[in-house]
Design a protein around this ligand. Structure first.
Ligand SMILES: Nc1ncnc2c1ncn2[C@@H]1O[C@H](COP(=O)(O)OP(=O)(O)OP(=O)(O)O)[C@@H](O)[C@H]1O
Ligand SMILES: [Mg+2]
Length: 786
């Protein structure tokens, strides 16, 4: 049964308000996601809502998975039928069923950024675009923004003409051609998934109504990052029943560059008149020190909905700032600091602004033998060998994807040259067929000559693989067959041992993925597998069962929490980024929100670091400390050069620790109308306007709202850690010496089992020598006795 008592009164109100539009606007760590999860449970358990009438949208696949797990642990049955998904996977599911209404077939391909770039390159070549004037990536960026704003190629052309801008006109032509070719390949890019779903709903009333009736209760997490087309989608779906609950934090809107529209959150009440607004103000995640640093940074943004976060958590350690001569020393210090402090490693996260910063951390982790997981960077699925295998699978699944076929037609080398490919291409275009269809009729291609034989061998192989698939051969075996029959594996070996080995390891990883997919999917199919792969955000590579530190960008950290957080590269020009500094105040404010997101990921300890010089584009440059560091007052940041006797920090912190609950912050009280602290310390706050306390808000703003309001203060709010924790198994059905099976690592023998308090730690000797002996937590490892 559920215990809604573990929620605070405002959270409970959010959970119990099930009918009509609801906006929960609240700061980081205030339990928005938690309230949303409980709301799903409440609808099912108390309101008899059918699970399949609920749609919950989250931003990343990782968050979707976490939500599904949380719901599973809250309700005993039915959670499986709740649609918990990202915007993109929601759209894929809808389109796979109904896209024929708008002229595609349901086995359409999904192009990732690499595919779209290849396509744009071809278009540039065919339309003879001057690459000095336009760049593929730039044009794709413009097209993506247009799509997020739901501007069609035709509309784009009209406004380009109206403005008489020849460059825009050229981009409009490219946009048109790009859409034409996607359509011809029966392919959609990521933005299309959303645009085409909206198009479908707008053109087919009965399809829209079907989904409106299906999703009577809609919930959206991280609402601040929805863009125009996503907002449109939600508005359409919710138009009939109006049971829509969105939760978000305008201070955490960090996807402006992706078209996320802060207006959406600020104007929710306009779009859904009569909307109820609930604010949550208690933070359950971070210590007081961490929270105050975050509050201090974000208050420098203008035009935000004012809100104040407070917490009953302990004051905690003062966050630390450290500066180093170079980025190497910075990384070295962080990694050593972690090693010194000790595991479990998954309690640590190193966050940074740009992917490029990850490399040094990786190297240091390797040097210190510290297990790590890199989230992002060169995406697993972007690796050459993975793309090769996937393109084989795509060709097998859907011969219409010309790009996929062209990628592998001569991989491994079959002696099919560019000239032959061009001839086939020409023939395909003239006869209005796909590239693969043309390959199947290769004898008819003019001038093809001897290449016809080689192409015949290729198409025969593909037909073989297709036959395997028809006979319901598992994907794993199809991949093995591809590697062997096409000679791919042999060609890899020729590349040199080390290279081949690491590439084969990656392919093994893909095979693992295929196996676990095959075992877990209800109705496994190749196209559904490819779809799953195409939609994995980088964050999905984060497997919670592994005890490793996490390296990731600030953007991917949204919504997550870690006991110990390091924010590296706190330098002006890096964070805030140079681009944002050049672009102006709005862009700078977005960087500041990103900083707020970063700080608020930390539960217990926060460490900020910077380098005084850094290698950028091959040149060592001097760096200036980030302005965000300057925005954190000494009382909540320990700096290397700081004399605590002057900052008065100790006195204040002691007072802070001994304060009665309702009293507010000591430094807020200590400061007079002139903005100076009572002890005469002016420190970094000399320019504070009169009447505003040291910590920004009027001094009562930090008070416990329950203390002065009508609702009684929840004196001893029970805290029981994270809602999403995997429970320690009561007993294990295997013991030392038993043979067990692990989904990814295969079979092995249990060497030892130790009771680690929260969970059992099981050490297993795996038969596969490459995996060797591993220590893991029983609740995550899900070992099966053989
Ligand atoms: N009423 C509560 N009692 C105890 N713990 C809580 C309560 N509400 C939330 N928490 C815990 O606080 C942490 C933060 O909650 P949650 O992730 O839901 O916050 P959020 O508002 O979604 O944060 P973010 O803005 O970063 O997405 C979680 O560990 C959650 O379990
Ligand atoms: Mg959240």
């Amino acid at each position: 049964m559920n215990n809604y008592d573990t929620l605070n009164p405002m959270q409970r109100e959010a959970v119990f308000t099930t009918e009509g539009p609801l906006l929960v606007l609240a700061g980081a760590g205030s339990g928005k996601t938690r309230a949303l999860t409980h709301r799903v449970a409440y609808l099912i358990e108390e309101k008899d809502v059918k699970p399949w009438n609920i749609l919950a949208i989250t931003f990343t696949n990782k968050a979707a998975g976490e939500m599904r797990d949380r719901v599973n642990s809250l309700v005993e049955y039915g959670a499986d039928s709740v649609w918990v998904s990202t915007f993109h996977s929601l759209c894929v599911r809808i389109l796979r069923r109904f896209i024929e209404n708008i002229g595609y077939t349901t086995d359409f391909s999904i192009y990732d950024s690499d595919d779209t770039k290849t396509l744009m390159k071809q278009i540039f070549k065919d339309l003879e675009v001057n690459t000095k004037v336009l760049k593929e990536r730039g044009v794709l960026g413009v097209i993506s923004s247009a799509k997020n704003e739901m501007i069609s190629p035709e509309e784009f052309m009209l406004s380009a003409k109206a403005e008489g801008d020849s460059r825009l006109k050229r981009i409009a032509e490219l946009y048109m051609e790009y859409q034409k070719r996607l359509k011809k390949n029966n392919a959609l890019d990521f933005d299309d998934l959303l645009v085409k779903t909206v198009e479908l709903f707008q053109s087919k009333q009965e399809v829209l109504e079907y989904y409106q009736d299906r999703f009577r209760y809609i919930m959206v997490d991280e609402y601040q990052d929805t863009n125009t087309v996503q907002f449109k989608l939600v508005s359409l779906l919710a138009a009939k029943y109006r049971n829509i609950c969105v939760v978000g934090d305008d201070d955490q809107s960090i996807y402006r560059f992706r078209g996320a529209n802060i207006r959406n959150i600020l104007s929710f009440e306009e779009t859904f008149p009569g909307a109820k607004v609930i604010k949550l103000e208690q933070n359950y995640r971070s210590t007081k020190m961490i929270l105050d640093s975050a509050n201090e940074v974000i208050r420098n943004n203008t035009g935000r909905k004012d809100k104040t976060l407070w917490t009953e958590n302990e004051v905690g350690e003062r966050p630390v700032f450290r500066e180093f001569p170079s980025s190497f020393e910075e990384a070295e210090w962080i990694v050593r600091d972690i090693v010194k402090k000790g595991g479990p490693w998954k309690d640590y996260a190193i966050l940074y602004r740009t992917n490029a910063q990850s490399r040094i951390f990786e190297e240091k982790c390797v040097a210190y033998n510290l297990p790590y997981r890199l989230v992002g960077g060169v995406n697993f699925y972007q690796r050459k060998e993975i793309k090769d295998v996937l393109c084989y699978l795509k060709t097998i699944a859907n011969g219409r994807d010309d790009l996929a076929v062209q990628r592998i037609i001569n991989v491994p080398k079959r002696g099919i040259g560019a000239m032959s490919v061009a001839r086939v291409n020409m023939f395909a275009m003239e006869n209005d067929m796909s590239f693969y269809e043309a390959l199947e009729r290769v004898q008819a291609v003019p001038g093809i000559g001897k290449a016809a034989l080689k192409i015949g061998v290729f198409t025969d192989q593909i037909s073989e693989f297709r036959k395997m698939l028809k006979e319901e051969t598992p994907i794993k075996d199809v991949i093995e067959a591809i590697l062997d029959k096409t000679g791919y594996r042999d060609e890899l070996k020729e590349e040199g041992e080390v290279e081949a080995e690491s590439r084969m390891e990656n392919i093994e990883e893909l095979i693992n993925k295929a196996v676990s997919y095959w075992e877990s999917a209800e109705e496994p199919s190749l196209s559904a597998f490819l779809e799953e792969v195409a939609l994995v955000a980088d964050i999905d590579s984060m497997d919670e069962s592994e005890d490793r530190i996490i390296l990731m960008t600030l953007h991917s950290a949204k919504g997550l929490e870690f006991p110990y957080v390091y924010l590296a590269g706190m330098e002006d020009g890096l964070f805030p980024s140079m681009m944002s500094l050049m672009e102006g105040p709005e862009a700078l404010e977005e960087e500041r929100r990103l900083c707020y997101v970063g700080i608020t990921r930390a539960e217990k300890r926060l460490t900020l670091t910077a380098a005084k010089s850094r290698m950028i584009k091959g040149q060592v440059q001097p760096e200036r400390t980030s302005r965000f560091i300057d925005e954190i007052p000494d009382v909540c940041l320990e700096r290397p050069d700081q004399d605590d006797s002057k900052t008065g920090w100790k006195k204040m912190a002691d007072a802070y620790r001994n304060l009665p609950e309702e009293a507010g912050l000591p430094w807020a009280k200590a400061s007079g109308a002139d903005g100076k602290a009572a002890d005469g310390h002016t420190g970094r706050f000399q320019n504070r306007p009169a009447g505003v306390s040291l910590f920004g808000q009027k001094s009562d703003a930090y008070k416990n709202p329950y203390a002065s309001g009508t609702s009684a203060a929840p004196k001893n709010t029970p805290t029981f850690g994270k809602a999403f924790t995997v429970e320690k198994p009561k007993s294990l059905d295997y013991s030392e010496g038993d043979r067990v099976h692990h989904m990814r690592f295969g079979d092995g023998t249990v060497k030892s089992i130790a009771d680690g308090g929260k969970d059992f730690e099981v050490t297993v000797d795996f038969d596969n020598a490459a995996i060797g002996t591993r220590k893991m937590f029983a609740s995550f490892a899900k070992l099966k006795k053989l």
